[in-house]
Design a protein. Structure first.
Length: 208
């Protein structure tokens, strides 16, 4: 079994992701568990502050190390006596290892009960000291900058969940682009002819 816990400042984004399509079905069929943890719950003071200015100058704010530490401690302690005590922490980061279908397959094929704890950064990022406190893998979804780690976390989670055994029919994923370093062939559906454009004959003979 695979469990994801996504730590985010914007739980509503992840909750929407959880409530649609294949992900929703995979959750209701007990193929995966996806928990969402609101980072603001670990914020400081009445206003639940999670960020502060950058040492050495620079624009923007950084998510503080105590806030991240408390959140990770909470998530890990909550799972101590569960079947998900085998955890892997991932930080969605533009500086991380480039994510791929191969990595998604590896993560989806884990034989043990595994718990992926996914940290979504925001603002200018997170305090570097968190990497000294925990073993964290940094994963990037591409060489561009997004506002926060929520979209990368959804990309990461979605691509893994659809590869978990029983989520899709096996043949649906076997022939997909990037599965064997190949791209899927062009596909067509009815009508056979549209604005003079016909479906290639070879596919018609294959269908019949
Ligand atoms: C605005 S970005 C921070 C960028 C950071 N200041 C830098 O230059 O590397 C805010 C957050 O979005 C997430 N993020 C942005 N782009 C990403 C990408 N390509 N892959 C994974 N995460 C990304 C990270 O969690 C990051 O902490």
């Amino acid at each position: 079994m695979i469990k994801f816990t996504i730590i985010t400042l914007f739980p509503e984004m992840i909750n929407t992701f959880k409530s649609a399509s294949i992900i929703k079905k995979a959750i209701s069929n007990n193929k995966v568990t996806i928990d969402v943890v609101d980072l603001k719950c670990f914020g400081k003071g009445k206003r639940r502050n999670v960020d502060d200015t950058v040492y050495g100058g620079g624009t923007g704010m950084i998510i503080t190390v105590p806030v991240l530490d408390k959140a990770l401690d909470f998530v890990l302690n909550n799972n101590v006596n569960s079947i998900y005590n085998n955890s892997k922490i991932i930080y969605m980061s533009p500086k991380g290892k480039l994510f791929s279908q191969k990595i998604a397959k590896k993560y989806a094929s884990s034989k043990d009960n595994i718990h992926y704890i996914v940290i979504c950064g925001h603002y200018e990022g997170i305090d570097e000291r968190i990497f000294s406190l925990y073993e964290i893998e940094e994963i990037s979804i591409g060489d561009y900058i997004l506002t926060g780690g929520e979209i990368p976390a959804m990309v990461f989670t979605d691509s893994i969940v659809r590869l978990i055994d029983g989520v899709l029919k096996e043949e649906a994923t076997l022939l997909e682009s990037h599965t064997n370093n190949l791209l899927e062939e062009p596909q067509y559906t009815k009508p056979f002819e549209y604005k003079g454009l016909k479906v290639p004959e070879i596919l018609i003979s294959r269908t019949s």
